[in-house]
Design a protein around this ligand. Structure first.
Ligand code: B12
Length: 548
């Protein structure tokens, strides 16, 4: 007899439609356990019901007219009224309090199920912001009544913040960094008394006051992984329209580059890819078993050659699928985009970062020439692929001239959409290690905790958020985030669509809306907790991405 476990993912109030996509990481972990003879069930709280539960009607009716009034005024060029902003701020505070109470109620419900079903251990996925708070609330409530229940946690916040997490919780027995498929099986053995924590790689745990980190072990051959499981009995949120029926396909992990701002190589290690045959076997399995033929590739640096070979294999097998992916400028070949399009590639996300060569070289370490960037982006567009390029504004050493160059690049290429980010400083990146070289000012000792616990203020633009604890080009958060906002306005003024990512564009297609309409409707839907509209859109998408 193996173990019985719950795998829980809860990212807080779902503020973007992408929260509703099934979680491939959890589906993989469940698969590892089940293939090992254990029982496991995925409790995915990033579902439609949560929109209602975390933003109930009594708040919706009050907040909606305020947001609409503020947005209307904003669009007319007038400043939103102080009265409305004040009321919204008050309601925001109340809603936050309510949500935190609700996290506790959810945690108590989980406690009841864990007891009733005699669960041997719980695995939590840790997201950031409220996702971290909500999951740690679950851990706390569980430990309160079952102090001996082993609780493990992994996921993005563990990869990024590591042992810092133990400064805010004592309720986790071990944190699992890196990939979890092998670790979770060993943790199940630990629970059965067959293994010690010290013998398991990829762990961070406390022994008395000491924090122990076991060595990292990356999965070398991704083809050895078992197929993810989305069966409704194992993954109940897959029933009906609680989730969007698009599957995240785990085709590659890690990244071979070392861009100075990016956490990926640190978080996910060096590049590893599944073989094209295995990827397409997985596509066929998922299509046949779950009747879903739309995918989002998970890799954050999918190499051009892999994209090409998967496309060839999809075409060779005559599969009818559609997908979106990250692309990488240096590893892309102009002549491949037509083939990608033919195989079902709907949209691609490229990291552009800046249109200034010196910033790309010295500040970002992108290792790419602007001329090549232009060629690749144009080729992707010419092939009819919805081409997204993200930028960071203000970059370190940004000037009016460099911003002008970025704008010119985007206009020359005729890019389809541009997500604009202000610079984020992740621990262990080059930017974090040598902030002064990149015109940042930050307190290395305190900023990690501040960033880890950072919560966005959903109803307000960034300049109203709690200031992030660093300066960029001598500017405080309020000023540099305003610079980001101003550049967004400038792009929009020049006819460039902002705040649309590759996956949002794909969702828009299946919702039968233009990317702009989908973005605008969703902004309002999620800000006002418009359950009816969110539900209608999920139903529409699912009608079109899945078949009986
Ligand atoms: C694909 C993707 C998604 C997919 C799939 C989610 C997923 N699998 O994590 C979808 C579309 C659902 C998604 C949604 C969101 N995402 Co996302 N996403 C990614 C992306 C590009 C790849 C993730 C991935 O598939 N990795 C491979 C899989 C196998 O790994 P994994 O899911 O993390 O799980 C493994 C390990 O973490 C570990 N593990 C996880 N949990 C546990 C628990 C235990 C007990 C153990 C032992 C191990 C373990 O084992 C798993 C198997 O190896 C990453 C960037 C990146 N390249 O990492 C961002 C990323 C994870 N997303 C991010 C964010 C912020 C979001 C959103 C909030 C939306 C947004 N963009 O603002 C939502 C929120 C999620 C939600 N469900 O509500 C952030 C997370 C930051 C943070 N600290 O939380 C990242 C890092 C991007 C970034 N901004 O840097 N995302």
């Amino acid at each position: 007899m193996g173990t019985k476990s719950f795998l829980i993912t809860f990212a807080g109030y779902p503020y973007t439609p992408s929260s509703f996509l099934p979680d491939n990481g959890m589906a993989n972990l469940a698969s590892s356990l089940i293939n090992n003879g254990d029982y496991s069930r995925i409790l995915d709280y990033n579902n439609l019901n949560m929109t209602d539960r975390l933003f109930p009607k009594r708040y919706r009716v009050k907040i909606r007219p305020l947001i609409e009034a503020i947005m209307e005024k904003g669009e007319g060029g007038k400043k939103p009224g102080f009265g409305n902003l004040f009321s919204l701020s008050f309601l925001n505070h109340q809603l936050n309090r309510f949500q935190h109470q609700e996290f506790r109620r959810i945690a108590q419900e989980i406690t009841v199920s864990v007891r009733k079903e005699k669960i041997d251990f719980v695995g939590l996925k840790l997201w950031n912001g409220d996702g971290l708070t909500a999951s740690l609330t679950i851990a706390r409530e569980l430990k309160k009544v079952m102090p001996d229940l082993p609780i493990f946690a992994g996921g993005p916040s563990v990869d990024i913040f590591r042992e810092e997490i133990f400064k805010i919780t004592d309720d986790i027995d071990a944190l699992s960094y890196g990939e979890g498929e092998e670790t979770i099986v060993m943790l199940s053995e630990y629970v059965q008394g067959k293994k010690k924590l010290e013998e398991i790689p990829n762990l961070i745990f406390k022994k008395g006051k000491k924090i122990i980190t076991t060595p990292v072990k990356r999965i070398k051959d991704l083809d050895t992984l078992s197929y993810p499981i989305y069966d409704e009995e194992i993954y109940p949120a897959m029933k009906g329209n609680q989730k969007i029926k698009i599957i995240v396909l785990d085709e590659s992990r890690g990244c071979p580059n070392s861009c100075y701002f990016c956490i990926q190589p640190i978080k996910s290690g060096g590049l590893r890819t599944k073989s094209p045959g295995r990827v397409v076997d997985e596509i066929e399995m998922l299509t046949k078993k779950y009747k879903i033929n739309v995918f989002e590739y998970a890799g954050s640096s999918t190499p051009g050659v892999l994209l090409k070979k998967i496309a060839e294999e999809i075409l060779r097998r005559g599969l009818k699928v559609e997908y979106t992916t990250f692309g990488h400028i240096r590893s892309s070949h102009k002549e491949d985009f037509a083939l990608l399009k033919q195989s079902g590639c709907y949209s691609i996300f490229f990291g552009i970062e800046s249109g200034n060569q010196k910033i790309l070289d010295k500040v970002m370490n992108k290792g790419v020439k602007i001329s090549r960037m232009k060629d690749v982006l144009k080729a992707s567009k010419d092939a009819g692929i919805f081409t997204v390029g993200s930028i960071i504004v203000p970059a370190p050493f940004e000037t009016e001239k460099t911003k002008e160059e970025t704008l010119k690049l985007l206009l020359d290429v005729g890019i389809d959409a541009v997500p604009v980010q202000f610079p984020g400083i992740y621990p262990h990146t080059e930017w974090a290690l040598h902030p002064e070289k990149y015109n940042f000012e930050l307190n290395k000792k305190t900023y990690v905790q501040k960033v880890m616990n950072y919560k966005i203020k959903l109803f307000f633009p960034p300049r109203f958020w709690k200031p992030l604890p660093y300066k960029v080009n001598g500017k405080s958060f309020r000023d540099f985030s305003r610079e980001t906002e101003d550049f967004v306005k400038r792009l929009e003024h020049n006819g460039i669509l902002t705040a649309v990512s590759d996956d949002l564009a794909l969702l828009a297609k299946y919702a039968h809306l233009s990317p702009r309409e989908y973005r605008d409707q969703n902004r309002l839907n999620f800000l006002t907790g418009n359950l009816e509209n969110i539900q209608k859109q999920i139903e529409e998408i699912n009608k079109n991405t899945s078949f009986a």
